[in-house]
Design a protein around this ligand. Structure first.
Ligand code: PLP
Length: 384
């Protein structure tokens, strides 16, 4: 957000800025979503709604996750929130008491740290550098769960910020470890589950080990899949007691998702899926373009993402060098110098717990991608 703010400021000053910094899709939902919202306005009750979510919305979500292979849930297993962020916050309030440990792989989505801090949880980061493709290994997970006995293991697949996706075998191996640690709840923040490339399929640890279902909470959102981040609709599916607790929290802060938003959300989940499908194809092509550009830069190590819309190159080869007299000692220096010199905004990896990298979000308008990448290449070539 801070990088985006600086980029906006430079843009307002008349600079030619290309933004690779914001983690939102660059598309709007289909017309059927807007039509559903307009229709809902004409029959709006204006009243409070269900704390859990309208039945029709819960049913639409249940059908949606059945297509992912998450079957057998009922309305009692699910709840809604103002985006996945709110669901994650509610889950932290539900599952964590002060001093409880929460473990998650790093790089991680920035908000995990903040939410854990708010509930005074103890954070256990599991470092997964570029050399291990930013992926958690079963041995690493086993060691962390044995040593720290965290109350919650928070897992994010596909990943923001790395775009990495765990294969069926990798998930099965992690699930094998998780069954050995029954004291740990598992939260799978898998909101990019429809954004997979190269023919990969989404797999959840519960599919590998069904017995994990009684302590696993699946988190989903409309934000990325349907180009609806500002509509603020998130979901969870898990044990009934957890869904009930999240619903109780809702009843005491948000009360309900508004009727118009509910109608739009149902339309997105149940209507034509051509917009997300087309965007996925576009993102895969853009991923290839970014990777090709990174491969041409000597010293940059860039694991191959297979989902979401992020590339997370390790740019530590630039540390200790200078650009136009500006010393680059770390990722923040790098991103600042790149923005000032070339007008390209990226997010420093330290925002995600990996200070050797930066995040490129490639949802920018397609014509901006090639020039933006070229400017990054020029920047590297000019380092002394
Ligand atoms: C991994 C991850 N989880 C959750 C969220 C929050 O999504 P929402 O817009 O549904 O709150 C984001 C948003 O960037 C994310 O990247």
């Amino acid at each position: 957000m801070a990088v985006a703010e600086k980029a906006r400021k430079l843009k307002a000053e008349g600079r030619d800025i290309i933004s690779f910094s914001i983690g939102v899709p660059n598309f709007l939902p289909g017309e059927h979503v807007y039509q559903a919202a307009r229709d809902a306005l004409t029959r709006d009750s204006g009243q409070y709604g269900s704390n859990r979510g309208a039945d029709a919305l819960l049913d639409a979500f249940l059908r949606h996750i059945e297509a992912l292979g998450l079957t057998g849930y009922t309305r009692a297993n699910v709840s809604t929130g103002i985006g996945a962020k709110h669901i994650l916050y509610n889950l932290a309030e539900t599952l964590l008491d002060e001093g409880d440990a929460i473990a998650f792989p790093a790089p991680y989505w920035t908000t995990y740290v903040d939410i854990a801090d708010i509930v005074d949880a103890k954070i256990v980061q599991l470092p997964c550098p570029a050399t291990q493709d930013y992926k958690l290994t079963p041995a690493q997970l086993d060691a962390a769960l044995s040593a720290h006995r965290p109350k919650v293991f928070l897992f994010n697949n596909p990943s923001n910020p790395t775009g990495m996706v765990y294969t069926r075998d990798e998930i099965a191996a992690l699930a094998e470890v998780l069954v050995k640690h029954p004291e740990t709840w598992i939260v799978t923040d898998d909101i990019y589950n429809r954004m997979l490339f190269d023919g990969l399929e989404y797999v959840n640890c519960m599919q590998a080990k069904p017995e994990l279902r009684e302590r696993t909470v699946f988190v989903d959102s409309l934000s990325k899949t349907y180009g609806m981040p500002g509509w603020r609709v998130g979901f969870m599916a898990g044990p009934e007691a957890i869904a009930r607790a999240v619903t109780t929290l809702n009843s005491n802060h948000i009360t309900n998702i508004p009727e118009v938003v509910t109608a739009a959300a149902i339309a997105a989940l149940t209507g034509p899926q051509d917009v997300p499908a087309a965007k996925n194809a576009e993102f895969q092509a853009k991923r290839d373009q970014v990777l090709a550009a990174m491969a041409e830069i000597p010293g940059v190590v860039c694991p191959r993402p297979q989902g979401a819309f992020y590339v997370f190159p390790d740019i530590s080869c630039a540390f200790g060098k200078s650009h136009d007299g500006v010393k680059i000692d770390n990722d923040v220096d790098f991103c600042n110098a790149l923005l000032e010199a070339k007008g390209v905004a990226c997010v420093p990896g330290s925002a995600f717990g990996e200070p050797r990298a930066l995040r490129i979000s490639y949802t920018c308008p397609t014509p901006q991608l090639a020039p933006g990448l070229q400017r990054i290449q020029e920047f590297f070539a000019e380092l002394t």
